[in-house]
Ligand binder design. Structure first.
Ligand code: PEP
Length: 253
């Protein structure tokens, strides 16, 4: 089953207006220069940059995404942003359940699932993040944790079109540490197996599972050539257009 690789940048809480526009223009220019890339591209800037980045990406095949949304369509939720608002701004994706949101904002699997249902209803695709902590990995529980997060965070009617999974070991995010390729492949295979149990074999076979955690141009080829790795969710290295594009090029995009 051919799954088109997704190269996704999570800019996190980085970038003032001028930097964000500059970065987006450089990414757009690089993707245009690739002609007909084999991969799909996505950038997820902070909320404040969405409109400007959308404009800067004009004419380039780079999708726009947000890093979170609320589960309600509208209402009394001070400081929150609804999926419909994101759709209205031109987003086609939203990242949900990133480990930083799970840790900093107490997001549970049930909250992530509710947000995913709302995002799908608004016509957004979701990148649902899962991943174990170092303590959980050292206790031999990485697969179990990821299985449970999939069971709890992915809505039962998710499809391979509206949902992408990102496996991001918490201890690999922003640390320069990367699991072995065997460990990545073990988790990705287990994730696809639990997706098959939950959503059916056909959907699971088509659903993209990204790897995230210290992906760089130098390790992209090794990680992204694994059979069950369908792209990357990139934090730090997505803040430099050159590195973001090099990751794609090294992954035969
Ligand atoms: C992330 O936070 O989604 C991430 C993968 O970060 P980094 O690439 O910096 O490890």
């Amino acid at each position: 089953m051919a799954r088109k690789k997704l190269i996704a940048g999570n800019w996190k809480m980085n970038g003032l207006l001028a930097d964000g526009i500059d970065l987006a223009k450089n990414v757009a220019g690089g993707v245009k220069a690739m002609g007909k890339p084999q991969c799909e591209f996505l950038v997820c800037p902070p909320f404040t940059l969405l409109t400007s980045v959308k404009k800067a990406l004009r004419g380039a095949k780079v999708a726009l995404g947000a890093q979170d949304c609320h589960m309600a369509e509208k209402g009394a939720h001070t400081g929150d942003i609804s999926p419909l608002m994101l759709k209205d701004l031109g987003c086609s994706y939203v990242i949900l359940g990133h480990s930083e949101r799970r840790a900093d904002h107490g997001e549970t699997d049930a909250i992530v699932a509710d947000k995913a249902v709302a995002a799908h209803k608004a016509g957004l695709k979701t990148v649902i993040c899962i991943g174990e902590t170092l303590e959980q990995r050292e206790a031999g529980k990485a697969v179990e944790i990821c299985r449970n997060q999939i069971l709890g965070s992915v809505p039962a009617d998710s499809t391979a079109v509206d949902t992408v999974i990102a496996y991001e070991p918490v201890w690999a995010i922003g640390t320069g540490k990367v699991p072995t390729t065997q460990d990545v492949e073990e988790v990705h295979l287990a994730v696809r197996k639990v997706l098959a149990q939950k959503l059916g074999k056909s959907t699971a076979g088509k659903m993209r599972i990204l790897y995230g955690g210290s992906v760089k141009p130098s390790n992209a080829k090794e990680l992204l050539s694994l059979p069950d790795v369908d792209g990357a969710l990139i934090g730090g290295a997505s803040l430099k257009a050159e590195d973001f594009l090099a990751i794609a090029k090294n992954s035969e995009c």
